[in-house]
Design a protein around this ligand. Structure first.
Ligand SMILES: CC(C)(COP(=O)(O)OP(=O)(O)OC[C@H]1O[C@@H](n2cnc3c(N)ncnc32)[C@H](O)[C@@H]1OP(=O)(O)O)[C@@H](O)C(=O)NCCC(=O)NCCS
Length: 203
């Protein structure tokens, strides 16, 4: 389950409301042309994607176990949370129309903060695509969603995530126990980035 950042910002009500409004109304194609909000029609493709342990294994914030019912419930829950201005579940489609990845953005408008989780299909991993997508997504979260703080976690042995998070300039702030939906606790590396410190995509 997603958890808000360790740092707590003082956030005016108007700022929180603007973020809530952005989450409810944002057009994901402004992030990139292949992104769109996950809907019930994506459940089968998401199940295919997430059934691969090379994709879902390192991620704590996913339904467990992963099956058609839990993925359908997850998509529906994320849709409801989006209507409250608190979650964006996005799928990426490749040129063939297949789901090639997903991103889940958990938002705490009253904290002007968000967390990003996601994965790309195994055949696309380790070729620079995840890194490029992460830079773009973080930039979009600061600039278009309007949050001032983003936190990220990674499993202790997730070298690729740690490398790309450090390359983006996130500040390591110790560890955190991430709690999965089934109650499993995963010790995790933990980072934060503020909008003021963000240097922009690809900087
Ligand atoms: C994490 C993920 C999004 C990264 O995307 P990616 O396209 O595979 O990674 P990239 O090719 O952009 O590489 C990221 C960094 O890891 C390094 N890397 C790539 N493959 C590697 C490997 N097999 N071993 C060690 N380092 C590797 C890259 O050199 C790069 O580091 P650098 O910027 O210092 O050069 C992707 O691997 C993925 O979806 N993994 C499964 C789910 C997951 O772990 N999600 C993130 C949870 S926090």
């Amino acid at each position: 389950m997603s958890a808000p950042p360790k740092t707590v910002l003082d956030v005016p009500a108007a700022e929180a409301e603007a973020i809530r409004h952005a989450v409810r109304n944002i057009d994901p194609t402004t992030l990139d042309g292949g992104r769109r909000l996950a809907c019930p029609d994506d459940v089968e493709a998401l199940l295919d994607l997430l059934s691969d342990p090379r994709v879902s294994g390192p991620i704590y914030d996913l339904p467990r176990p992963i099956n058609a019912d839990t993925v359908a419930a997850w998509v529906a829950r994320c849709q409801g949370e989006r209507e409250r201005g608190e979650t964006l579940l996005l799928v990426n489609r490749d040129a063939e129309g297949q789901v090639s990845g997903y991103s889940k953005i958990s938002v705490w408008p009253e904290r002007s903060a968000a967390e990003l989780a996601g994965a790309i299909r195994a055949d696309r991993q380790s070729a620079g695509q995840g890194g490029a997508g992460a830079w773009r997504t973080i930039d979009w979260m600061f600039e278009t969603l309007g949050v001032r703080l983003i936190c990220l976690t990674a499993a202790m042995d997730n070298i690729r995530s740690a490398r790309l998070i450090e390359a983006m300039g996130f500040v390591r702030m110790g560890d955190r126990d991430a709690v999965a939906e089934d109650g499993t606790v995963r010790p995790s590396l933990y980072w934060e980035m503020s909008r003021d410190a963000w240097r922009g995509p690809g900087a």
